[in-house]
Design a protein around this ligand. Structure first.
Ligand code: GDP
Length: 575
């Protein structure tokens, strides 16, 4: 800010905070102090802080079509694993030599034959937990979500959860209605249940693609793959293979004999053998890469999963992996990141909370409040969600991104973390692990036993969220007794404080014969050019004292003018 440390310390003292020159300030104080000096603060993560060189911007003409990346989600036992297994094994016959032997977090399959053949990449950790955990780290490693529903069962809690998670991520959904070979399978009933949730499938005149399948017998899997390709075509997925690689870490571990093994999915660019890389706080050089068939590969382009050897540690799933210009650059950035992460670990996470809402709004454009509602019975979940959504107003939209009956679970916390949401629990409690996770992720869980109280509290928080209105407060009055014209300085007024306490930072207006002489434009505020007591610049002048005043951009001061000083107060708005 180009301000002396002493000034910062002084400004902290006026806030009643005594700090030393080498002390770290927390976010709140930084904000207040910076605003005292007329600066606005924006908080960024360690990632952003040490960006890898210049961000390459792709020219649209370099963007070539790429294959889609698909995640399979759904309720337990509805057939996610069977579907992935079938796709994987069926592909061995038509694909390259050698089956898929390695678990590398994802695999590619070929659909169609010869020239018409197209690829799809499947993430092979089914379920929305992994999907959302990655999203919480900022990774968007899925283009299309396939949601499996067993036709002999119904829409189950995890089906709903998977739908919420995909919707929150803005990923298109295709329904795979499974187990149609079974007695009692009734795909139409499932479509009906989806319709009740406002999810109309295509044969019911809606926008969602759906396919009846049997993962066990392999029925209609080809049709499902076709639908995935169709969805991908609509998305017009593109990437630039001719640039430095950037991708997502799917999984990483330490392997005896091979060192750190990182399974990644390239998002853009092409990773080559020998490229310097960085992921999180680890760096290195690609020593070797393998595909899902255990075959060594030299290059990996967009949407290709590969297993990479050569990183100095195991980054977290969802972390970004990037190719850098040199190994030295990678190492340097990794070291700096590690340092920042260590420092950040010592400080609290600033995620959304009810208290945080007002502050965020004052800072920027926080106009949406995301909530996850969990309750003991369906009726109260619905009632509470509806009332909360109704709190939406012109300026702030309230979204219930997920609602369900049951305990607050880890997956709720991860969804909240990924979507910057608050969890509202009505007559339910988090599991121990969910509570710990919430602490770690900085997710707020609010628990209530009275619906009314929950609504009132959210409403109160949203009042802080409303942009405050501004109100003027008169602080003092100065009379102009003498006027000197000084070359270079302009007009200096010799004044006397008639009322109040004058501060250099207060706004002013010149009143002549009871009429405002300056500033005359609405919304314009005038300021002191200087405020002196004898020859000294001062901050304040008390009632009954004399002072010398200049006014910024105004020299037409006359004897007998009255200078009124005022401040603008922000007033909390109410709903
Ligand atoms: P996941 O928990 O969603 O991964 O489900 P699984 O793939 O493990 O499947 C659960 C059970 O359902 C297994 O016993 C499968 O054999 C069975 N199953 C999966 N798909 C089908 C199907 O299309 N037809 C029949 N009859 N059984 C299936």
């Amino acid at each position: 800010m180009n301000i002396k440390p002493a000034d910062v310390i002084r400004s902290c003292m006026t806030l009643g905070i005594f700090v030393s020159i080498n002390q770290r300030l927390d976010a709140e104080i930084i904000e207040v102090v910076a605003s005292e000096f007329g600066h606005e603060v924006q908080f960024i993560s360690a990632e952003e802080q040490v960006e890898v060189g210049e961000e390459e911007v792709d020219d649209p003409k370099d963007m070539l079509p790429r294959q889609p990346i698909v995640t399979v989600m759904g309720h337990v036992d509805h057939g996610k694993t069977s579907l992935l297994d079938h796709i994987r094994s069926a592909n061995v016959a038509g694909g390259e030599a050698g089956g898929i032997t390695q678990h590398i977090g994802a695999y590619e399959v070929m659909v169609g034959e010869g020239k018409e053949a197209k690829k799809i990449t499947f993430l092979d950790t089914p379920g929305h937990e992994a999907f959302t955990a990655m999203r919480a780290r900022g990774a968007k490693a899925t283009d299309v979500a396939v949601i499996v529903v067993a036709a002999d069962d119904s829409i189950m809690p995890q089906t709903k959860e998977a739908i919420s998670h995909a919707q929150a991520a803005g990923v298109p959904i295709i329904f795979a209605i499974n187990k149609i070979d079974k007695d009692g399978a009734d795909p139409e009933r499932i479509k009906g249940e989806l319709a009740q949730m406002n999810l109309l499938v295509e044969d019911w005149g809606g926008k969602y693609q759906s396919q009846d399948i049997s993962a066990k017998k392999g029925t209609n899997i080809d049709k499902l793959l076709e639908k995935i390709l169709l969805e991908a075509e609509i998305l017009d997925l593109r990437a630039n293979p001719n640039r430095r690689a950037i991708g997502t870490v799917l999984e990483a571990s330490l392997d005896k004999g091979r060192g750190y093994v990182t399974k990644i999915l390239v998002a853009n660019g092409t990773l080559n053998d020998g490229d310097p890389i960085i992921a999180g706080e680890y760096s290195g050089k690609v020593k070797a890469m393998f595909n899902e068939r255990g075959k060594k590969v030299k290059t990996a382009g967009p949407a290709t999963p590969v297993l990479v050897l050569g990183l100095s540690g195991a980054p977290q799933a969802g972390e970004t992996i990037k190719e850098t210009a040199t190994e030295g650059e990678a190492r340097e950035i990794a070291t700096r990141r590690a340092q920042i992460l260590r420092e950040q670990a010592n400080r609290a996470n600033k995620r959304i909370s009810l208290e945080e809402i007002g502050r965020r709004l004052a800072l920027g454009n926080f106009k949406e409040l995301n909530l996850i509602v969990k309750g003991d019975v369906d009726g109260s979940v619905e009632a509470l969600s509806d009332s909360l959504i109704k709190l939406s107003m012109e300026k702030i939209q309230v979204n219930v991104i997920h609602k369900a009956v049951g305990q607050i679970a880890d997956s709720d916390v991860m969804l909240a973390s990924a979507s910057d949401a608050i969890i509202i629990g009505f007559q339910v409690r988090p599991s121990i692990s969910a509570r710990k996770l919430a602490e770690k992720e900085g997710v707020e869980i609010k628990m209530y036993s009275i619906i009314y109280e929950a609504i009132e509290e959210v409403k109160a928080a949203m009042e802080g969220m409303l942009e405050p209105t501004k109100e003027e407060q008169i602080m003092g009055q100065i009379e102009v007794r003498e006027v000197y014209k000084i070359s270079k300085v302009g007009t200096v007024a010799g004044c006397y404080v008639q009322e109040g306490k004058i501060n250099r930072n207060q706004y002013i207006r010149i009143i002549r014969d009871g009429i405002v002489a300056y500033p005359v434009n609405e919304g314009q505020h005038a300021e002191f050019g200087s405020l002196k007591r004898f020859k000294e610049d001062v901050k304040d002048i008390k009632n009954g004292m004399e002072c010398g005043v200049t006014i910024k951009n105004f020299n037409d001061i006359k004897v007998g003018d009255v200078i009124e000083t005022y401040v603008i107060n922000e007033v909390k708005a109410t709903l």
